[in-house]
Design a protein around this ligand. Sequence first.
Ligand code: GLA
Length: 352
Amino acid sequence: MPRERSAAFAPGRVNLIGEHTDYNAGLALPFAITEGVTVRARANGTQRVQAHARQLGERDEFPLADPPPATGWRAFVRGVVAELERAGFPLAGARLEIDGGVPTGMGLSSSAALEVSLCLALVQLGAAGPPGGEPADVDRKLIARLCSRVENEWVGAHTGLLDQLASLYGAVDTAQLIDFRTLALEPVALRLGDWRLVVLDSGERHRHASSGYNERRTECARACELLGIDSLREADAHALVRLPQPLRARAEHVLAENLRVLDAVAALSAGDLPALGALLNASHASLRDLYEISTPAVEAAVARLREAGASGARMVGGGFGGSVLGLFAPGTRPPADARGVRPGAGAHVLRA
Ligand code: GLA
């Protein structure tokens, strides 16, 4: 018997450093933020799903079996149902209430928060067990891959696993060092004392399916082909001269960014936050000049953070808009419209 009700929360994320490394089998250091999406599910005794996106005031309804494709937020909901079904999870027809606290298109992974919270709520609802019983056991890496298929196949964004793993494995006061070659995660304490991390909206919304994101991914794949390797993680820095531009610049970014992730872990464990700030600045310069994914609006946001005294500032997420992350030392004051972010709990089932 499926349960009558279930609920789950999944957070968005900020990637401290390690951008555009996930689909290159590289390294990244994200943390889950305290804002996220909550999904409440109630079995409706039918073979259909009725979904309500509260913030948008929009609804959707579709069959559990073989949902037809859709666009916008509906593509995520239908994709999650279809992929869970395909993976063999027992599902029940349900009414879904989706409540979101992560603004979309800001580079804070509102989409991962949506996919992951939907997955956990639906798996919990379909799993046999007493009402309010223990959360169903889920393989979180399998859920991350499944959500990534939703992005790739239902939304058309060829994103990697960064956002989903960050949302699924987040922990209070902790960032996760992720090695995308092995999918090993290692918690890294992110205690900032009186330092502050903030995000500033560039005002420019992005969509990975239509920005240059997919093109960057294709360029990295082409660079690998030319170098005769499976991923840029295996690339020898000296071999990059063999690549034509802009492929060489893209690969140079990825290799240097992996090293910056390790340097950031070292800076954090030494409590050297000025060094972390310098690494954020170097990451941004590389994303702007080598990866070429910045925009005038993003540059203006970076400049505002630096003028306000940030020790480091860089774009976060896929690029072409979204938010900029800033690190502020004690005694400095971020711009009034910047939002503080701190590492919060990962995705979890809630008492329904
Ligand atoms: C987006 C994608 C991630 C990752 C980042 C860039 O957030 O969803 O998979 O590639 O961009 O680091």
